[in-house]
Design a protein around this ligand. Structure first.
Ligand code: CP
Length: 295
């Protein structure tokens, strides 16, 4: 691939190779992989994991990451994105961007002469999915016979995860409240990539037989005005011990978690949790991606 706007920019073989490389990179810091290489990191929204994992990853590969927040650049002051894309292409080797609008990311990729990586848009979060798939593969020694349930919002993280499960061939059941689903386009893309998710009638139906249950924030950053509308709609979708019942299912969350909303503190802090492996694997998966795109 030349860019990563969503996970289905990768074929199943490319995804498998990338996860293999990520596993190799976990065992050492080879500073010779990307010497004198610069990644621009463009952020319209705040971040902990995406910023820290890309910046540390570039350092560990022998390169450099440059943070460009909304207050640092002309983009927030009326300069068109297509001009930013072309100017940055004259300096840096790749651009990672967290933008509100996915169509802006497509514009960035269209005008940039260097690889563009999606660090989260309103539509997709492929870097999170790469880390999630690496975490599942490590925990269960592969993807065969692993059943995953997604419970909650069919948001950008869910959409990329569903498409990623399609590419990787992971069995996925999805339970979302009415009006908060993945969207037909996402289901079609997952099917085209290799496997469509199953749509469950209820959270209990999705969780039944699942080895892993994944949830994510209900009210994300910038959507606070939707809180009053969303919280009642998500009643019954909280990831708690009642929902998990007597199972020994693992739990996943891309973080940041809102304890008491989409997940309880008890579940998040229990032995079930894979969230810290997910967070760490962001860096390893992204290092593999950067080597793939730039080495
Ligand atoms: N999961 C994730 O993308 O975290 P940040 O918003 O902190 O980058």
């Amino acid at each position: 691939p030349t860019d990563l706007l969503d996970v289905d920019d990768l074929t199943a073989d490319q995804l498998a190779a990338l996860l293999d490389r990520a596993t190799e990179l976990k065992t050492g810091r080879d500073l010779t992989q990307l010497p004198r290489t610069t990644l621009a990191m463009l952020f319209e929204k705040p971040s902990t994991r995406t910023r820290a994992s890309f910046e540390t990853g570039m350092t560990q590969l022998g390169g450099h990451a440059m943070f460009l927040g909304p207050g640092d650049i002309q983009l927030g002051h009326g300069e068109p994105l297509k001009d930013t894309a072309r100017a940055l292409s004259g300096y840096v080797d790749a651009v990672m961007a967290r933008l509100f609008d996915h169509s802006d990311l497509e514009t960035l990729a269209e005008y940039a002469d260097v690889p563009v990586v999606n660090g989260l848009t309103d539509d997709a979060h492929p870097c999170q999915t790469l880390a999630d798939l690496l975490t599942i593969r490590e925990t269960f020694d592969g993807f065969e016979d692993v059943s995953v349930a997604w419970v909650g919002d069919g948001n950008n993280v869910a959409r990329s995860f569903a498409v990623g499960c399609g590419v990787a061939g992971v069995d996925l059941a999805v339970a979302t409240p009415e009006g908060y689903g993945l969207g037909e386009d996402c289901i079609e893309r997952a099917a085209a990539a290799g496997r469509a998710p199953t749509l469950a009638d209820s959270p209990e139906g999705a969780v039944e037989g699942a080895d892993v249950v994944y949830t994510d924030v209900w009210v994300s950053m910038g959507q606070e005005e939707l809180r009053e509308e969303k919280l009642p709609a998500f009643e019954g979708y909280q990831l708690n011990e009642d929902l998990l019942g007597g199972t020994d299912a693992k739990v996943m969350h891309c973080l940041p978690a809102h304890r008491g909303e989409e997940i309880t503190d008890e579940v998040l802090e229990s032995d079930r949790t894979l969230v810290w492996e997910q967070a760490e694997n962001r860096m390893h998966a992204q290092k593999a991606l950067l080597v793939e795109l730039l080495a």
